[in-house]
Design a protein around this ligand. Structure first.
Ligand code: RM4
Ligand code: MN
Length: 388
């Protein structure tokens, strides 16, 4: 297996971005269970995200979702993040929670609604200018519920036109990340249901448009690492939204449902030498913690990504390549499994200690006094929640 020092050096450079919405109250359409101490504002979400970075050392940015994280002064929010040792990352646009969007946003049959959606996307680029964010992440709930409800092809034309307008507004150092999702909330057709559709639009737009792979947005059994490998090969993988699914878009903690899949995905990333920030892949979490406490759940998730990554880094690439050349199926599989079956927790604990961190980030957080402090301090006001 690979040298431990090389593995540690690679892990030190790997950064994971946190979603602001993971710190607010979330639930299902059946019930949202509130938790004491949950942030009431984007400022407080930023403070919580900073805690995850404080104990893991590898989560220096927080993605925002607009309008959930709407503030009067985005430069001030970026400064607030900086004061707490992190930065504002990807700007996620929300064009799915307004009554006008019942039949879609950028694909809506009415020009007025399409213009409203595009105006919001352009505002989001303005926010990126203020926060210094590189990436605009677009996910559209657009689609139809019944055959014939709208014209599939015309909707693609509307989508392409809207994307081109927004793309034209990007600065040279900014990117558009285009997310796909198989179904939900639309149940018959989704306007960007898969990586192929996303890639076609990105290719038509230009190099600054990249595909984002949300691990929860595929049919059961989909070989996600294959998609990752193809997009990396094409230079079009902009980032990940990591989470776990057992059934649909469950948004559970990454690495909880299928740590082996996460390992296989990270193997493709390592194989493409795309782990470093310079590799241009945004490693984001996109999760909702419905029943578990939020900050430790984010810490756990970051650790899960690190564990899968460490295992992927441990693969003996030379032995694997040799086995593949020789057509030695069992040796090739063994190279993967030896790495996967390695307990990397001691290595990660060592790495943290070398970086001046506690070897056990969850326990360190629990001991820090912060959990009690937020419960005591955050009394009154309205807790942040998915949808508000
Ligand atoms: C979507 C998608 C997006 C996220 C929203 C909240 O399913 O995954 O990335 O912005 O949910
Ligand atoms: Mn997502």
């Amino acid at each position: 297996m690979r040298e431990e020092t090389a593995v540690k050096a690679a892990l030190k450079q790997h950064e994971i971005e946190l979603p602001s919405w993971a710190f607010g109250n979330t639930g299902t359409r059946f019930k949202v269970f509130g938790q004491p101490g949950v942030p009431r504002t984007p400022w407080e979400k930023t403070e919580d995200a900073a805690q995850v970075h404080r104990f893991t050392g590898v989560a220096p940015s927080m993605a925002v979702h607009i309008p959930w994280d709407k503030v009067d002064d985005y430069q001030a929010l970026a400064r607030h993040a900086g004061d707490h040792g992190i930065r504002i990352g990807t700007v996620n646009a929300n064009v799915f929670q307004d009554d006008d969007y019942k039949l879609g946003s950028v694909c809506h049959p009415e020009p007025r609604v399409r213009q409203k959606a595009v105006a919001h996307l352009l505002d989001c680029v303005g926010i990126m200018d203020a926060t210094g964010s590189r990436d605009l992440k677009l996910w559209f709930a657009d689609g139809t519920n019944y055959p014939g409800q709208d014209d599939i092809r015309t909707r693609q034309d509307r989508l392409a036109e809207a994307l081109a307008t927004v793309y034209g507004r990007l600065a040279e150092n900014q990117r558009m990340l285009l997310e796909y999702k198989l179904f939900e909330p639309s149940f018959y057709s989704t306007d960007i249901p898969d990586w192929g559709t996303s890639l076609l639009h990105c290719q038509a737009l230009g190099d600054q448009a990249q595909v984002v792979v949300d691990t929860g947005h595929h049919a059961p059994g989909t070989n996600i690492e294959f998609i990752v490998a193809l997009l990396l090969r094409a230079g079009r993988l902009g980032g990940f939204d990591f989470n776990s699914r057992f059934y649909a878009d469950d948004d559970l903690m990454v690495g909880a449902a299928d740590p082996f899949q996460l390992f296989r995905i990270m193997h493709e990333v390592v194989r493409a030498d795309a782990l470093r920030p310079a590799g241009g892949i945004a490693f984001m979490l996109d999760q909702c913690h419905n029943i578990e406490p939020k900050i430790p759940a984010q810490i756990r998730s970051v650790m899960n990504v690190q564990e899968a990554t460490a295992k992927a880094l441990l693969i003996d690439a030379d032995a694997l390549a040799e086995a593949q050349r020789a057509g030695d199926v069992l040796a090739a599989n063994a190279a993967m499994m030896d790495a996967y079956n390695t307990d990397v927790r001691p290595l990660l604990a060592e790495l943290r200690e070398e970086s001046g961190l506690d070897p056990d980030p969850v326990a360190a957080y629990q001991r820090s006094g912060y959990p009690e402090k937020i419960v005591a301090d955050r009394v009154g006001g309205t807790q942040a929640s998915w949808g508000s």
